[in-house]
Design a protein around this ligand. Structure first.
Ligand SMILES: NC(=O)CC[C@H](N)C(=O)O
Length: 200
């Protein structure tokens, strides 16, 4: 299966390594033509302001929206989750409005768990996984609210940190920075059969 990782900035190599470990063939996506023939795409963590700007500069916003509209699986982790959100809060005023793909019906607040030094790892209970998942949070966003079609799959201290809406997934944390492959396996399952996989 061909899976893309948006490679404008951020932790794309780590996602690539995990996906390849699971047998996927991975393409780094930098241009709209790179999306051809892919079954799914991961938007990594990094800096959502920079990534959003590069996304516009490279003419990727509309092609990415079209890719998702075709029903392909798209998973945003941390900054990637911010880019998927319909509504982004906590953007410093000097950045103006932040570009978003406006795909997932949720409101996110940037850097809601604190500063870089406040990064932490936490065992999360995730719906559908039998044992807890080691989740790494780095200047992570919180998902403040979600629309009716969005399923909440995990919370940390009451705050939403993992959601699914059809073939779209968003996590506040970085599963690519651990050795636990279960969320990448879930993503590949969705990418294989986006319309067949139950959303819970
Ligand atoms: N680890 C991350 O992806 C951090 C996200 C970053 N704080 C942002 O708002 O874009």
């Amino acid at each position: 299966m061909n899976i893309g990782v948006l490679a404008l900035q951020g932790a794309f190599r780590e996602h690539r390594r995990l996906l390849e470990q699971l047998g996927a063939s991975v393409r780094e996506v930098r241009l709209p033509t790179d999306l051809q023939g892919l079954s799914g795409l991961i938007i990594p963590g990094g800096e959502s302001t920079t990534m959003g700007k590069l996304m516009l500069d490279y003419g990727l916003r509309e092609p990415l929206r079209a890719f998702a509209a075709q029903g392909h699986a798209v998973w945003g982790t941390c900054a990637g989750a911010i880019l998927l959100a319909r509504d982004i809060r906590g953007v410093p005023p000097q950045f103006g409005t932040q570009p978003s793909l406006d795909l997932l019906d949720m409101t996110v607040r940037r850097n809601a768990f604190g500063r870089q030094v406040d990064s932490f790892e936490e065992s999360l209970q995730i719906e559908g996984l039998e044992s807890s998942f080691p989740a790494v949070f780095i200047r992570a966003p919180v998902i403040e609210s979600v629309g009716a079609r969005v399923n909440v799959l995990a919370r940390h201290q009451g705050q939403i940190v993992l959601v699914r809406q059809g073939a779209l997934l968003a996590s506040s944390f970085h599963p690519e920075l651990t050795h636990d492959t279960r969320l990448h396996e879930l993503f590949l399952k969705v990418a294989r059969a986006p319309l067949l996989t139950p959303s819970r």
